[in-house]
Design a protein around this ligand. Structure first.
Ligand code: FFI
Ligand code: NDP
Length: 515
């Protein structure tokens, strides 16, 4: 019997960010392991022309929720979508809905955030700091609340090399930042942003650090815990291996490599690739929810959900395995063959960006223009290069995260809970995981059919032939130009031609003699 699954039975759970990557995996696991839970409230905003109901319907009818329907056939009745926008005052929740949330909620999982690295500071503060503060205020009015679990990121203190499971203060108090965002205009905010974020690389990591400070300062009498996952990747085992549905983090680069857009990347092959599968994050989150509610630790505990210190993998190994998988299982309609390499300095990066990224895009756009179509490759390539420049910070450094609390929690679980809510990353086989990740990208994100693999392989063969033809033509043109200009080149050319002629004559003469 799982104590954790049992604990969530009959509970009313509030999840923010339930429509996001992690939120969906969290909801799925909750429904699958505790189908007798009372209700899951999710705060959702209408988006991309879809109503709340349409969004929920789409999630529940997705591949991810297939197994849930077997164990919890009435899942539609157990999910209650509440119209909310975390950017608005009181989240723009109606009075009745607010009353219901305040009266019944037992557990809160706060996953919502803006994860964009380059978000404007005002927006990032609003969502990652102010909204967290408002949610804590709401939580403090919930008489039945047992635990508040805040999802942060292991990179909130990426300006440090060794990071402990503690909250590190930022120089400027979050309250002052929240206040100043109300009266400063955008131009001034733009000007002070680099000074505020200091040695952090972007507004995302900075505002997530401020969010943690807010949690600490406003915790009051609440039972709170903070989880810091590193780079969340596709699922490892549950509900099935390799599930992923957005392009954040490494996923976008895996797609770009598989489609042949990404040919070189400025990364340190030996740097630790601190990836963590989404299902491990979710299992730890649910275990932390249980532990925080039942054991009520005296202070706010922080849990690092990272892989580097327990089972390290590096970017070099990961890159090789990604490419090896694409050899066996290519993506459809690739632009070029999947073939990428790491560069380690600015000069080679600029060179390969020009030769392997920009030049093919320009040539392809020229071809599109010639055939009366709209050019698009240069724009796409520029976006990819911008993305690469944003991710570079994270793939050229290694961090050490201590995992004392996470290991302590593991030791508190019963053998059954260790199995059902497994967050022991030491059991993960990286090569197998990455292969499944790449397969998952193909199946679940790009929705490509496995039956199309032979055709995809044929397409790659055609691309290889075009590549050889192009290189031969380029070589011949260069050689012709050289011969026209250099006496040495001419001599070498005559030498080769006469050597080939003599060799052929000798070969013909000896074969005539034999007859
Ligand atoms: C041997 C070599 C082998 C090579 C093989 C390859 C193997 C793999 C090697 C693996 C190395 C992994 C490194 C991971 C490090 C992650 C560190 C995370 C650390 C923190 C973790 C966290 O705690 S938190 C979650 C992370 N938070 C994000 O990860 C959001 C990022 N993101 C944005 O901050 C915005 O996205 C940004 C970029 C501003 C654009 O912003 P923007 O306004 O220009 O545009 P959009 O966002 O609308 O995206 C418009 C177009 O960008 C394209 N794109 C967007 N993301 C993309 C992406 N990741 N990879 C590719 N392409 C991407 C997309 O293809 C769109 O293309 P299209 O237009 O055709 O749809
Ligand atoms: N992915 C990763 O690699 C990592 C993520 N994390 C943390 O995990 C958490 C979840 O991340 P992830 O699932 O990847 O992120 P996603 O971007 O996939 O999901 C973000 C969620 O927040 C919601 N949200 C954003 N703005 C609002 C708003 N104004 N009102 C209501 N809801 C809003 C989104 O809703 P909508 O669908 O409407 O946009 C979505 O459900 C975040 O706190 C993130 O910082 C930490 C480490 C790594």
């Amino acid at each position: 019997m799982s104590m954790i699954a049992d604990f969530y039975g009959g509970k009313s759970i509030l999840i923010t960010g339930a429509t996001g990557f992690l939120g969906k995996v969290l909801m799925e696991k909750l429904f699958r392991t505790s189908p007798d839970l009372r209700v899951i409230y999710i705060l959702v905003r209408p988006k991309a022309g879809q109503t709340l109901q349409q969004r929920v319907f789409q999630i529940l009818n997705s591949k991810l929720f297939e197994k849930v329907k077997e164990v919890c056939p009435n899942v539609h009745e157990k999910i209650r979508a509440i119209s909310a926008d975390l950017n608005q005052n009181d989240f723009a929740i109606s009075k009745e809905d607010m009353q219901e949330l305040l009266s019944y909620t037992n557990i809160i999982f706060h996953c919502a955030a803006t994860v964009r690295f380059d978000d404007h500071l005002r927006h990032a503060v609003q969502l990652n700091v102010t909204a967290t503060q408002q949610l804590l205020l709401m939580a403090s009015q919930m008489p039945n609340l047992e635990a508040f679990i805040h999802i942060s990121t292991a990179f909130s203190n990426c300006n440090l090399k060794h990071i402990d499971e503690v909250i590190y203060p930022c120089p400027v108090e979050p309250k002052k930042i929240i206040d100043s965002m109300e009266w400063l205009d955008d131009a001034i905010i733009d000007e002070i942003t680099p000074k505020l974020i200091g040695d952090r690389p972007n507004t995302y990591t900075y505002t997530k650090a401020l969010g943690e400070m807010v949690v600490q300062q406003e915790s009051g009498k609440l039972n709170i815990a903070i989880i810091r996952p590193s780079i969340v990747g596709a699922t490892w085992q549950e509900p099935f291996p390799g599930w992923v549905d957005n392009i954040n983090g490494p996923t976008g680069l895996i797609v770009a490599a598989g489609k042949g857009f990404l040919r070189s990347i400025r990364a340190t092959p030996m740097a630790v690739a601190d990836l963590i599968p989404a299902d491990i994050v979710v299992n730890l989150t649910l275990a932390v929810g249980w532990y925080t509610a039942v054991h009520r630790p005296k202070s706010t505990l922080i849990y690092h959900c990272t892989s580097g210190s327990l089972n390290p993998c590096n970017w070099g190994k990961m890159g090789i395995q990604v490419l090896a998988t694409f050899e066996k299982i290519p993506l459809e309609r690739a632009f070029r063959r999947p073939k990428a390499d790491f560069t380690t300095n600015n000069v080679t990066t600029q060179y390969w960006n020009a030769v392997s990224h920009r030049a093919p895009a320009i040539i392809y756009d020229f071809y599109l223009r010639l055939t009366g179509r709209k050019p698009r490759m240069t724009k796409l390539m520029n976006r990819l290069l911008r993305t690469l420049s944003m991710l570079e910070y994270f793939i050229n450094r290694s961090w050490e995260w201590s995992t004392y609390n996470t290991e302590m929690l593991m030791s508190k679980l019963s053998p059954e809970d260790q199995r059902v809510f497994n967050f022991d990353v030491r059991q993960l086989n990286w090569l197998e995981y990455i292969e499944n990740y790449v397969l998952g990208v193909k199946k679940y994100l790009l929705k490509e059919d496995m039956a199309g693999i032979p055709e995809a392989k044929q397409h790659l063969k055609r691309l290889r032939n075009i590549h050889y033809l192009f290189n031969t033509a380029l070589f011949l043109i260069a050689w012709r130009l050289l011969i026209a200009r250099s006496q040495v080149a001419r001599n070498v050319w005559f030498f080769i031609v006469s050597f080939c002629y003599k060799f052929l004559s000798y070969f013909r003469a000896s074969s005539t003699l034999k007859v």
